[in-house]
Design a protein around this ligand. Structure first.
Ligand SMILES: C[S@@+](CC[C@H](N)C(=O)[O-])C[C@H]1O[C@@H](n2cnc3c(N)ncnc32)[C@H](O)[C@@H]1O
Length: 290
């Protein structure tokens, strides 16, 4: 019989389970955005999106900061940052990576934090919140609370920048793994995942998260009485064609030209579901951009 996530026992998808996954993954996470071509493109698309929306000199709350690639980017913009993560191991890696990049001066402090509980921070205490790489995808039943919390701690006119795992893009990128999973567990499991975005339906999966469609991201932001001001996929033309793109990557000029077109394509409304992640920028309705 098909079980639902809530019927499954133990730490499946719990804060302890996710923390322990990222503690064990440790420096494996540091390689995610450099080890292959889609990862490198995803990093560049995220970096450009950050630059588009983060004003230099901002005070930023970074949630799920992980090993710190975007902490360094925040520092490069002359902004300061409170670095947080649910995993103490990731926070320690963040300290190492940021120090090695020579930008520790931009870090106000580091602390353990679950995106589902931002009660430690007063209203409007940051210019921006950055939650890249999916903290919201690990909030499960508390995703609305998490979204509201992030919007509450930014000042009027401030921005929440986040990326979540994409349902259709992940299905597209990992179709052969999906079919293997269905061969093992049955097509009903695949149907449940596609209907809900919730990987907790797959028995025994080590890494579970909730994947979103663009429409669901919009609904989540609107339910928090905020508006979406920008959106993007993390990849559009770069999930496949690895051999062709590897040649292009060798030529800096051609590569930058490709990245320019890829970033533009990723932002097109018709492409936002197409990458492994969906990026969005949200502002409170009551506080339009100054
Ligand atoms: C895929 S990594 C992304 C790291 C970094 N932001 C990036 O984009 O490169 C996800 C990070 O979110 C953290 N995380 C997972 N669940 C979280 C939660 N509920 N609250 C805060 N952080 C969480 C993990 O520990 C991990 O460091």
């Amino acid at each position: 019989m098909q079980t639902t996530p809530s019927e499954q026992d133990g730490q499946y998808g719990s804060a302890e389970g996710i923390r322990s996954f990222y503690d064990r993954l440790a420096s494996g996470e540091a390689d995610r955005l450099v080890k292959d071509l889609p990862g490198r493109v995803s990093f560049e698309v995220h970096r450009r999106f950050l630059r588009r929306h983060l004003s230099p000199g901002s005070r930023v709350l970074e949630i799920g900061a992980g090993p710190g690639r975007f902490t360094v980017e925040i520092a490069a913009l002359g902004s300061t940052v409170v670095v947080t993560d649910i995993s103490p191991v990731q926070l320690a890696l963040n300290a190492e990576f940021v120090a090695a990049a020579g930008v520790e001066h931009a870090v106000e402090r580091r602390e353990e934090l679950d995106v589902r509980d931002l009660s430690a921070f007063p209203d409007g205490s940051f210019d921006a919140v950055l939650a890249y790489g999916g903290p919201l995808s690990y909030a499960f039943e508390a995703e609305r609370t998490a979204m509201q919390g992030m919007l509450r701690v930014v000042r009027p006119g401030g921005v929440v920048l986040a990326s979540v795992m994409s349902l259709w893009g992940t299905w597209r990128a990992g179709l052969s793994s999906v079919l293997s999973m269905e061969a093992e567990h049955g097509t009903g499991v695949g149907d449940m995942v596609l209907a809900t975005g919730d990987l907790r339906h797959v028995p025994g999966l080590e890494h579970v998260c909730r994947m979103f469609t663009w429409q669901e991201v919009e609904a989540l932001v609107h339910a928090a009485d905020a508006q979406i001001v920008d959106g993007s996929a993390s990849n559009w033309a770069s999930l496949h064609h690895g051999d062709t793109l590897a040649v292009l990557e060798q030529d800096e000029k051609l590569w930058q030209r490709f990245l320019n077109h890829e970033s533009t394509a990723c932002s097109a409304p018709g492409a936002r579901d197409g990458g492994t992640h969906i990026l969005f920028a949200a502002r409170n309705r009551a506080h339009p951009r100054p």
